[in-house]
Design a binder for this molecule. Structure first.
Ligand SMILES: Nc1ncnc2c1ncn2[C@@H]1O[C@H](COP(=O)(O)OP(=O)(O)OP(=O)(O)O)[C@@H](O)[C@H]1O
Length: 251
């Protein structure tokens, strides 16, 4: 007896949005956060999937940074949950962790990029990139080798020994990207990563950021005011007064 072979069986794609084939990398439910009388988050729920880039947009004060910080375990929400599914460490609700435990999760599972790269000026580029590995216990020569490979993947080969002040703004942001993904994080959070760059450099840096995260099956969350940056992502979440009021699917 023969068994028919289904001709349209689903095949998970190695990169690109995996909303239909994979479990979320990060799930938030009913997140609230107040600062005194100010409601910064009013009950946000969302799922972030492996291999997708999600932009978060909204007016100043709408809660974008607060959301990013709750998702990344920088702060604890007042209520609600943030569940991380890290293939190497399993599922974990970050909202129940204390500050030290959240710091450990951030180091092993997340990468961060800010508007100004927050690179250490007294270290060389390769030393900056190697930092998350050194803090995680990798020995110096292995960390330096991985950091150099990360830099090369971002077009920074030959600049390893430069101090941060000897690099252009775009090169500095690519060093920040290399540092954010050198430890292979599950989710990379970027807060206005191109905010300090001209538009041509911004396009270049955003392409490098997508290539080193989404295109490698990781999740990227980008807070941005720039519609051009948001337009390169797979989804855009629009925040207003601490709520996701609209979601756009771009791909
Ligand atoms: N540490 C804090 N103490 C008091 N209020 C805060 C604090 N952090 C944020 N807020 C308030 O919470 C609200 C949301 O702030 P948040 O920084 O998340 O907004 P945002 O959308 O990121 O703004 P922006 O685009 O200006 O960075 C704002 O009203 C802000 O003033």
């Amino acid at each position: 007896m023969t068994h028919p072979t289904p001709s349209s069986a689903p095949h998970p794609t190695p990169a690109g949005p995996s909303r239909t084939t994979a479990a979320p990398a990060l799930s938030a439910r009913a997140l609230t956060k107040t600062y005194g009388p100010t409601l910064a988050l009013g009950g946000v729920g969302l799922d972030l999937f492996p291999g997708e880039a999600v932009a978060v947009m909204g007016a100043s004060g709408s809660g974008k940074s607060t959301l990013l910080h709750c998702l990344a375990g920088v702060i604890s929400p007042d209520s609600g949950s943030v569940v991380l599914d890290d293939p190497r460490h399993g599922r974990q609700d970050l909202s129940g962790l204390d500050a030290e435990e959240r710091a450990a999760v951030r180091l092993r599972s997340f990468g961060f990029i800010f508007q100004q790269g927050l690179l250490l000026p007294d270290l060389t580029a390769v030393e900056n990139v190697a930092l998350p590995l050194l803090l995680g216990g990798t020995d110096r020569s292995a960390a330096t080798a991985r950091a150099a490979a990360s830099m090369a993947a971002l077009g920074l080969a030959g600049l390893e020994e430069r101090r941060i002040g000897q690099l252009s703004g775009g090169q500095q942001q690519r060093v920040a990207i290399a540092r954010a993904q050198v430890a292979d994080p599950v989710v990379v959070f970027a807060d206005e990563p191109t905010g300090a760059l001209d538009s041509a450099t911004s396009t270049e840096v955003m392409a490098a950021l997508l290539a080193s995260t989404r295109d490698r099956g990781r999740t990227l969350v980008v807070v941005t005011h720039d519609p051009g940056v948001a337009g390169t992502c797979d989804r855009v979440l629009h925040l207003s007064d601490g709520l996701v009021v609209r979601e756009e699917s771009l791909r």
